[in-house]
Design a binder for this molecule. Structure first.
Ligand SMILES: Cc1ncc(C[n+]2csc(CCOP(=O)(O)OP(=O)(O)O)c2C)c(N)n1
Length: 552
């Protein structure tokens, strides 16, 4: 679609024009912390444009909320902060957004250049650029509409946060508002031609045991349908990355997650495969099981951008194109050459996949005063509606959440550890909850992560009436560090914490709280989930020496 630009009658204040430009560009929700550089714009956005404004407690969370929104909707999230320390508070979250490749627009105020020695002045451009985010300067009140539209477009096309630096002294200037909307181009069904494509088809035709693997970049309904067609055509089982989990649920020969989180029958099938055809996946170290799952296999990788191919491991065929179009083109080429299907879809494999149960072989590690995190999470997961959003924080507990909780579709899974930071889950979850009202946001975090980041925003979920359930796996420890001291036969007390009762904390913050001390307390938690009317925190008392190992 081309640029839409219209003139508007009489001059308005810059801050009103900015709110209007956001609304005209389809922005429905903004996450923010106000200060003297953005308060009037936010007021206008709410009053004049009936926009949704989420008032976060810290600027770090504002960016994370916008990332959560972008992750669930696939559209840019929008955040607003004032200047100086408000901007420096966003930096860790911006790095998270860059590594997560999520499109957001961060509106930053910029300290007045007229005030010599302003205490809040700092090198905003340099700080932002150092995170890997893009930087756009709002040049003048007259260029507001173009500058905003360009920043939004860049966020989508560059798949990263773009900060738009907005000088504070523009706010009460008058501008003749022009509507400018510059939507990015849509996917163009590109299929690579020539040798690269022929080579890929040759590899697939020769494969005796191929697997079709989908990543988040191939998780649209069209991509799913095309990959299912291809997998059926060549007799390949289907698999996904963690971020595309559940894409093929219900399909025949769905291996589930390909990588360090694979189930035993899926891992066996992967070991027996001789070819992996990956679409929209980065093939990172976790998907590749540190390289082990790609060894002795021919690898075909198809991504929209050539730059995303062979980033970590070499591949045998690189296809830069649109996954659904490429998958269909491969099927046509195989049909033309009358290549028959592989024999990899066997009854034995089907039976092994069907017989697998995640919890059947687990020994309960619970005690009279603690629960087994895996079994408790699995059970509580059944009590939360299946149509939910899942947000998993970082820490040793995360394997339990990844393995025992599922989502209805890939976009309902929100990944929060692109930068390996703990404590981002609750803020990400608030953005996800705003993006998908009607779906409960299920956040799983550790005690350390909750105290590091979740605590500060739990009340934001309360103030905004969000449907959020936070399961805190409380092993009274930085478990990921506790295990390291233990492994070296050292005293782990530096990693131990005597936190307050988390259920009391949740109630003090305006939510509900339930404590699960042992398996007999689980029915209380299940009832609290069923009867929830406000954000609910469930504390699982866990033992630091009885936690499953981290897959991280
Ligand atoms: C911002 C940040 N600070 C510190 C760390 C180091 N770190 C990794 S895991 C972890 C422990 C987290 O504890 P908790 O949330 O209780 O989860 P657990 O490991 O106990 O399951 C810490 C401190 C980190 N990854 N990110």
């Amino acid at each position: 679609m081309s640029e839409v630009s219209e003139a508007v009658e009489k001059p308005v204040y810059f801050h009103s024009a900015l709110a209007r430009a956001l609304s005209d560009n389809g922005v429905k929700a903004i996450f923010g912390v106000i200060g003297d550089a953005n308060l009037y714009m936010v007021d206008d956005f709410i009053r004049e444009h009936h926009g949704e404004y989420v008032a976060a407690a810290t600027e770090a969370s504002v960016v994370l909320m916008a990332l959560g929104y972008a992750s669930v909707t696939g559209k840019p999230g929008v955040a607003t902060v004032t200047h100086g320390p408000a901007v420096t508070n966003t930096l860790t979250s911006l790095i998270e957004g860059v590594k997560a490749q999520l499109p957001i627009l961060l509106l930053c105020g910029d300290t007045s250049v007229e005030v010599l020695g302003h205490p809040q002045d700092c090198a905003q451009r340099e700080l932002i650029v150092a995170t890997g985010a893009g930087f756009e300067q709002l040049r003048s009140p007259a260029t507001l509409s173009q500058d905003l539209a360009r920043a939004l477009r860049r966020a989508v096309l560059e798949r990263r946060p773009i900060a738009l630096n907005v000088p504070i002294n523009f706010q009460w200037e008058k501008v003749a508002y022009h509507k400018v909307v510059r939507p990015p181009p849509e996917a163009q069904g590109r299929v690579p031609a020539g040798e690269a494509f022929d080579n890929a088809v040759g590899i697939i035709a020769a494969a005796r045991a191929p697997i079709v693997l989908a990543g988040r970049g191939a998780s649209s309904p069209e991509a799913k349908a095309a990959l299912v067609r291809l997998a059926e055509r060549i007799g390949a089982p289907l698999a996904t990355t963690l971020k595309a989990q559940s894409l093929f649920r219900g399909e025949a020969f769905d291996l589930g997650i390909f990588g360090t989180l694979s189930t035993p029958p899926a891992a066996e099938a992967i070991q027996n495969a001789d070819c992996v055809i990956a679409f929209g996946a980065s093939l990172n170290v976790f998907t590749a099981a540190r390289g082990g799952f790609l060894k002795r296999k021919r690898v075909v990788q198809c991504n929209t951008d050539l730059a995303d191919i062979a980033q970590v491991y070499p591949v045998h065929a690189a296809l830069a194109g649109d996954p659904p179009a490429v998958a269909d083109a491969i099927v046509r080429a195989l049909d033309e050459a009358e290549i028959s299907a592989s024999g990899f879809r066997t009854d034995t494999l089907e039976a092994a996949l069907a017989a697998h149960s995640a919890v059947a072989d687990l020994t309960d590690m619970g005690t009279a005063t603690t629960v087994d995190a895996r079994l408790a999470i699995h059970r509580l997961g059944k009590a939360v509606p299946a149509d939910r959003t899942l947000i998993v924080d970082g820490g040793r507990f995360l394997g339990s959440a990844w393995e025992f909780l599922d989502v209805p579709e890939p976009r309902a899974y929100v990944h929060t550890i692109a930068f390996g930071s703990v404590g981002l889950g609750v803020a990400y979850g608030i953005g996800a909850a705003i993006a998908a009202r009607g779906r409960p946001a299920l956040v799983v975090c550790g005690d350390g992560g909750f105290m590091l980041g979740g605590l500060v925003e739990f009340n934001t979920a309360v103030r905004h009436g969000l449907d959020m359930i936070v399961i805190v796996c409380n092993d009274s420890a930085y478990g990921a560090e506790h295990i390291q001291f233990r492994n070296k036969n050292m005293d782990p007390s530096l990693a131990l914490f005597a936190w307050p009762e988390f259920a009391d904390v949740a109630r003090a913050l305006g939510g509900d709280g339930v404590t699960v001390r042992n398996a007999a307390d689980l029915p209380n938690a299940e009832a609290a989930i069923r009867n929830r009317t406000r954000p609910l925190l469930i504390e699982l008392k866990c033992h630091p020496d009885h936690m499953p190992p981290s897959p991280w």
